[in-house]
Design a protein around this ligand. Structure first.
Ligand code: PLP
Length: 454
């Protein structure tokens, strides 16, 4: 006979204990574990629209949106119907299929890329783009920016070396020094550092890779100086030195604009990347990503050219069907709706934090935004690191208690979807004052660790 339930253990806690016994940290991607905010991650049972339901039956407005992909919200009926029809036809054949062609055509039609190759994750996309850039240019040095995350590619899990424009050191155990000794890590938005690095290594630089508008140290917009955007400056500098410019749009691609690319409008930005990486939204919630760009560069890829790249599940018919359905449903109204919801949430967050006396800065790139718990504008990773992570943790847990699932890290964008309707936005707005008060009660003297990467 069952005994009376005297000490009910929430199902999330029970699952987390089981998960930790069989999976490192109990999660399959580090940030999910709540290490940066403390406590137990909620195990999600199902999601619909803007709402998550955990295994204990609690509901939350979702501000993670699977870290970006769920532009249309969860379980969108038309995406679901397309996926169900695709699944009924079989899930993987290892042969070319029509959905791959259609999704490639859609991406080529909307963005600057002339040809595109599908892979299964953003990490694979950036890794492959760098290999292709090296194969195309016959050069070996890669330049990246501190705080820009491009997946867990060995050469890009790198921290700046001891001086400006010196080669990097491994950012994690397991990456050999030989993998990062051809990587240069520079401060974001720092044109002088870029100029200096190219002066030093110009004829050895295969490519410079940057997030098109960084979101992985929180949202840090590329700065415009004398009418020239940071990206345009980078593209120009690369061109002058015969290096390729890789714009990583895994996070921003099809999330900030319907055209799929940050600053695609030449009239505004005046630059076109040589290679672009995509992921997240273009997979419609499935493991799909891509890299593409200039046809003369892409044609160096195997089997047309000599640079090898491959994948068993690349261009998977279910994933490409989900991506295609998502992109076709992503009308301008979708972006306008997300933009309006973002305005409301940003204003309410700022208002609540101001009333509670919590130092903060709200930064945005298009509809992507984040709230930094710091008192200075954030231009680069050093600025981002001044964020008060203890105050964020208190804020986060108060929001969670009141039914809003924020990213469990202070260094992330808050993601909305077209399914975030008035009721969902109101739940967020209602939860903010108590969360701001909770943040105000926490000391601001805590020191920060590096922003945690997924
Ligand atoms: N590039 C950017 C800009 C990202 O934000 C991410 C993931 O967050 C990646 C690459 C890596 O993508 P994935 O996690 O699919 O490997």
């Amino acid at each position: 006979m069952p005994t009376l339930d005297t000490g009910h253990v929430p199902a999330s806690e029970e699952l987390f204990a089981r998960a930790k016994a069989v999976t490192p940290g109990g999660v399959n991607s580090p940030v999910r574990a709540f290490n940066a905010v403390g406590g137990t991650p909620r195990f999600i049972r199902e999601a619909k629209g803007a709402w998550l339901t955990d295994v204990d039956g609690n509901s939350y407005v979702d501000l993670i949106c699977s870290w970006g992909p769920m532009l249309l919200g969860h379980a969108h009926p038309e995406v679901q119907a397309a996926v169900q029809a695709a699944v009924a036809r079989g899930t993987s054949y290892g042969t070319p299929t029509e959905p791959e062609v259609e999704l490639a055509e859609e991406i080529v039609a909307r963005t600057s890329v002339e040809e595109v190759r599908f892979v299964s994750s953003g990490t694979e996309a950036t890794m492959s783009a760098i290999r292709l850039a090296r194969g195309f240019t016959g050069r070996d040095v890669v330049i990246k920016f501190a705080g820009c995350y491009h997946g867990h590619v060995d050469a890009l899990l790198a921290s700046a070396g001891s001086g400006l424009a010196t080669f990097a050191v491994p950012g994690t155990p397991g990456v050999p020094a030989s993998s990062t000794e051809l990587t240069v890590v520079l401060p974001y938005n720092d044109r002088a550092a870029v100029t200096q690095a190219f002066a030093e290594y110009g004829d050895r630089v295969a490519c410079l890779i940057t997030e098109a508008a960084p979101g992985n140290m929180g949202v840090v917009p590329p700065e415009t100086q004398h009418g020239q955007s940071f990206n345009a400056f980078l593209a120009d500098t690369c061109r002058q030195h015969g290096a390729l410019f890789i714009s990583d749009e895994v996070m921003t691609g099809f999330r900030v604009t319907r055209q799929g690319q940050w600053g695609l409008d030449g009239a505004v930005e005046g630059w076109t990347p040589d290679l672009v990486t995509f992921g997240k939204v273009m997979g419609g919630g499935f493991p799909a990503a891509a890299f593409g760009g200039r046809a003369d560069v892409m044609r160096r890829l195997s089997p047309e050219g000599p640079v090898y790249q491959a994948g068993t599940l690349s261009g998977n018919p279910v994933a490409t069907t989900a991506g295609l359905a998502t992109l076709r449903l992503a009308t301008q109204e979708v972006y306008d709706h997300i933009g309006a919801a973002a305005e409301t949430v940003k204003a309410a967050a700022s208002d609540a934090l101001t009333k509670a006396g919590v130092a903060h800065v709200v930064q945005e790139s298009g509809t992507m935004f984040s709230v930094f718990f710091t008192d200075r504008p954030v231009r680069d990773f050093t600025d981002a690191s001044t964020t008060d992570v203890a105050a964020y943790a208190a804020f986060f847990h108060s929001m969670l208690r009141d039914g809003v699932y924020l990213p469990p890290s202070a260094f992330e964008a808050w993601f909305l979807s077209s399914a975030h309707d008035d009721a969902a936005v109101q739940r967020i707005v209602d939860a903010l004052p108590a969360a701001a008060d909770a943040a105000a009660r926490v000391s601001t003297s805590s020191t920060n660790e590096q922003a945690e990467i997924r």
